[in-house]
Design a protein around this ligand. Structure first.
Ligand SMILES: C[S@@+](CC[C@H](N)C(=O)[O-])C[C@H]1O[C@@H](n2cnc3c(N)ncnc32)[C@H](O)[C@@H]1O
Length: 232
């Protein structure tokens, strides 16, 4: 079943939550990360290795910032999300990207259609992580890239202490100010129960990817995993 405090919610509730917070989502991201989230998306887009002539898909695209990073590199981009209010904001930012409502766990695409498939801060919300990763790998062509950008729990002090105070106290308080305490209680809980970098790397291998690597940035708070589909 799941609850905000356990950090696990069924699809219908995840979707309802993002429908509700769409209006404040971008502002909350900027406040919570002091604007650094743009740089993290740039690094994820670099690892997708796309350019003019490539086709890229960004799943759980939300308000579209990672999809827009991919489009800035000249790729033809589709951004997919199940929350229409989030997609509406994305449409307003970049009418040139193909914004599609759909479920990342059941992608409406044929095998190998894309040169790269990315997800930014979305994998944590998949009700079935392995299925979501398998779907991303399935629609990527042999030799194509899968990239996962996610928050992770830093293990070493002093950042581990700072992270605990920030996520367990400050973020829920910001959520109360933003009018949605549940959503911003769910956020730290979902990060805590999400696999660490090594386990997530193993999950990418389990989804059929090779050459799986990850970089940690922002003092170990952000993990960017990437891998390639075999058979190029
Ligand atoms: C934290 S937001 C991330 C948005 C964006 N990728 C970013 O980098 O800011 C997570 C998004 O994942 C979407 N989402 C979660 N599970 C999904 C699924 N199974 N299919 C499609 N979208 C999903 C939510 O609607 C929400 O917009």
């Amino acid at each position: 079943m799941g609850s905000p405090a356990s950090g696990t919610l069924p699809d219908t509730q995840v979707r309802a939550m993002f429908d509700r917070i769409a209006r404040v989502y971008d502002l909350m991201n900027s406040v919570m990360t002091a604007g650094m989230h743009h740089r993290w998306r740039e690094r994820a887009a670099e690892l997708a290795r796309v350019g003019p002539g490539s086709r890229a898909l960004d799943v759980a695209t939300g308000t579209g910032d990672l999809a827009i990073e991919l489009a800035n590199r000249g790729a033809e981009v589709t951004g997919l999300d199940f929350s229409e209010p989030m997609l509406d904001l994305a449409r307003g930012k970049a009418p040139g990207v193909d914004w599609v409502q759909g479920n990342a766990l059941e992608l409406p695409y044929r095998d190998g259609e894309f040169d790269a498939v990315t997800v930014g801060f979305g994998a944590r919300n998949f009700s079935d992580l392995d299925r979501g990763l398998r779907e991303m790998a399935r629609v990527t062509r042999p030799g194509g890239r899968v990239v996962v950008l996610e928050i992770t729990t830093p293990q070493k002090p002093p950042l581990a202490w700072f992270f605990r105070v920030w996520f367990d106290r400050v973020v829920p308080a910001l959520g109360r100010v933003a009018g949605d305490p549940d959503a911003y209680t769910y956020l730290p809980s979902s990060v805590r129960r999400f696999p660490g970098p090594r386990e997530l790397g193993a999950a990418l291998v389990g989804a059929g990817l090779e050459d799986v690597r990850w970089v940690l940035t922002a003092g170990g708070i952000i993990a960017i995993h990437s891998g390639s589909v075999p058979g190029a």
